[in-house]
Design a protein around this ligand. Structure first.
Ligand code: PXG
Length: 289
């Protein structure tokens, strides 16, 4: 495996950053998780756009242009010769001192790109569906650390993941401070009711997921009415179908929430149709390498 750090490639054992990097000391940085299928990078421009938006919001200057960043991702993929890959792109605040003041990070940002293979959940869950629960840890307040910023500080989500694991579940529903469904720890949530698709709007402490947007696009193209609407736990419990979306997870059906069976307790028809269309889309769209 060849890992890109600030323009150079390193083997896994030699790919290292300073212990004074503020990405490590404070989670001060931003990231993206991207996938390629069949030598096509899915929604690369959208991921780069979101990375630069996250960086702009936290006043982190990325020392590459968007075009240069795209080239760096493509170069890393070519170097690793993977047909299907998961790409983790990180920009940290860089090396500073032990104080949290980012102005001390004089050397500028560190850019790291790792391309590898991952399957987020065991294959059986894609066929049979996941059981998930709502956890006590609420999603970060947009007024504090906006979930739209894909920052390296993922403790909010990790705490929720721990709570899910403690209850024997793979994923957790996180609510916003008002008690509405925000999202899961690394995925967006959708429900289907009476053939209509619903997902929480991005202002509800929800990341505007790129897979989420692809699903909304596929739904609208296939004449499935799709709505960005606030969702309560009750509405999830009484939904006909439920599924999660994310670059790492792709689209995964949910069949049980907080002990309540969803629909007939197996992956729903609309969910399976969307999975099929999403797979078709990933095979033919993207930036080639
Ligand atoms: N919500 C959150 C909080 C996320 O982190 C998504 C939704 C889905 O967004 P995309 O754009 O990917 O459709 C994410 C992204 C992991 C992992 O290892 C998960 C994500 C990113 C990086 C790693 O579980 N999910």
């Amino acid at each position: 495996m060849k890992i890109y750090i600030n323009g150079k490639f390193y083997d896994k054992d030699n790919a290292k950053v300073s212990v004074f990097d503020h990405g490590l000391l404070y989670g001060d940085g931003v990231f993206e998780g991207i996938r390629s299928y069949n030598r096509l990078v899915f929604k690369l421009n959208e991921h780069i756009e979101r990375l630069f938006e996250s960086a702009h919001s936290i006043m982190l200057k990325i020392p590459l242009t968007k075009e240069e960043m795209i080239k760096a991702v493509i170069k890393t993929l070519k170097e690793n010769n993977l047909d299907d890959a998961y790409i983790r792109l990180l920009v940290t605040r860089g090396e500073g001192d032990l104080g949290l003041d980012p102005r001390k990070c004089r050397a500028g940002a560190t850019i790291i790109i790792i391309a590898d293979k991952i399957a987020l959940y065991p294959e059986k869950y894609y066929k049979e569906g996941l059981e998930i629960i709502t956890v006590p840890t609420v999603r970060n307040l947009p007024e504090a650390l906006n979930p739209q910023i894909k920052s390296l500080n993922y403790l909010n989500n990790i705490l929720a993941k721990i709570e899910a694991a403690n209850s024997g579940c793979e994923e957790a529903i996180m609510l916003d401070s008002m008690g509405y469904v925000a999202e899961c720890t690394g995925d967006n949530l959708f429900i289907v009711k009476n053939k209509h698709l619903y997902t929480p709007p991005q202002c509800m402490g929800t990341l505007r997921g790129i897979t989420r947007d692809s699903v909304l696009e596929i739904a609208r193209k296939n004449k499935i009415s799709a709505h960005e609407h606030v969702i309560t736990r009750h509405e999830v419990y009484i939904s006909d179908e439920c599924f999660l979306t994310g670059t790492a997870a792709e689209i995964i059906p949910v069949v049980k929430v907080d002990g309540r069976l969803i629909g007939e307790g197996k992956p729903g028809k609309i969910t399976l149709g969307l999975i099929k269309k999403f797979k078709e889309l990933t095979k033919v769209t993207g930036v080639k390498y």
